[in-house]
Design a protein around this ligand. Structure first.
Ligand code: FAD
Length: 320
């Protein structure tokens, strides 16, 4: 079976697998033999978690160059590990780091790179990648003509599933030869983000996002998010106004999310906002203007004042 490499980063969550990694491993198992490439140590718990998703082989490195947020050294690790196992494909997440790794690995391996993937299957032995295009309006099937293909996968496009039988993966340490250009940057300072207790926007199963309609007051949006265990997102109008941090922005120039439920509040639904959320499974829109374009893509719409609708929703959810 063809080796399908999945990159696993251990910087923020040592010893644990990120939910996105579970999704990538599930996809890799469907496409071939999943091989995990880990930047960092592999504890027995991590090996067991990888085995539960059908990983047979783990290649990892604990070199200090990989222990921080720098992307280029990680791309060196992934490219060299993928070459060592003659991988047919490399899977990374579709976030900024994953896409940069994809591009660098593509150059290193002279491989085709396909971004924004939502599914992978096989046609007569060739991997076919289904990717979302035109801000999520269409899905097209693509295949690379190169021997290896690097694929960045949109989070939540695949439902994570344990393997029918857990494996005990063979864990091998590898020595990465870093390109001099990969070591040209260093981290001089870290400023941890204040913990909100809410899930990360890209990982959340539910997102409640507010726009210009909140008029500077994200209170009702945050309250609804908290009763639902949701992440808080925003339109660019709201982040540009300084009502909420820029890392909450969803859209063409913000984060791309595809949660099970996206609740859009006081957002008109401009094409640049849709680009980041229209592949969400269920979209609920709250807007006081019944002609607002957001209703064209909403599965459920509430025409009303958010300052009346949201508190009622919170009360009802708390009552249940
Ligand atoms: P508006 O368009 O002003 O809509 C506000 C909505 O709130 C209206 O529909 C109104 O009816 C409703 N409303 C007002 N009061 C209430 C109330 N009390 N209750 C209920 N509803 C109410 N935008 C993004 O979001 N993300 C991006 O990544 C992004 N990237 C961009 C990149 C480029 C190159 C450009 C040119 C633009 C980009 N934009 C982006 C901006 C985008 O074009 C829109 O301007 C922006 O999305 C509008 O934000 P909004 O819907 O919150 O505001």
């Amino acid at each position: 079976m063809r080796a399908i490499v999945v990159f696993i980063d251990q910087v923020d969550v040592p010893g644990k697998l990120h939910p996105t990694s579970h999704q990538l491993l599930t996809l890799a198992r469907a496409a071939g033999e999943p091989v995990a490439v880990v930047a960092g140590p592999v504890s027995p718990e991590l090996a067991a978690d990888l085995g539960a998703y059908g990983v047979t082989r783990v290649l990892h490195s604990e070199q200090p160059e990989l222990a921080d947020y720098l992307v280029a050294p990680k791309a060196d690790l992934v490219a060299q590990a993928a070459a060592a196992v003659s991988a047919a494909a490399v899977l990374v997440d579709n976030g900024p780091q994953g896409k940069e790794i994809a591009a660098r690995v593509g150059v290193a391996l002279n491989a085709g790179v396909i971004t924004d993937a939502v599914a992978v299957d096989s046609d007569a032995g060739t991997l076919v990648v289904h990717k979302s295009v035109l801000a999520g309006s269409y899905t097209v099937a693509a295949r690379a003509s190169s021997a290896v293909v690097v694929i960045s996968v949109k989070s939540h496009s695949v439902e994570a599933a344990l393997a029918a039988e857990a494996t005990a993966p063979a864990v091998e340490s590898v020595e990465v030869a870093f390109a001099p250009s990969s070591l040209g940057a260093r981290v001089v300072q870290r400023t941890p983000r204040a913990a909100s207790g809410r899930p990360e926007l890209e990982d959340a199963r539910i997102v409640v996002a507010g726009g210009r309609g909140v008029d500077g007051d994200f209170g009702p949006v945050e309250e609804l998010a908290d009763v639902l265990g949701a992440a808080v997102g925003a339109s660019r109008a709201a982040t540009d106004a300084g009502w909420i941090a820029h890392n909450a922005q969803v859209g063409q120039t913000g984060k791309k999310v595809a949660p099970q439920l996206y609740i859009s509040v006081g957002i008109s639904g401009a094409i640049q906002q849709k680009a980041g959320m229209q592949t969400s499974k269920v979209i609920v829109a709250v807007n006081k203007d019944s002609e607002s374009p957001i209703f064209e893509i909403a599965d459920f719409g509430i025409v009303g004042d958010l300052f009346k609708v949201l508190p009622q929703a919170v009360e009802e959810i708390k009552r249940r």
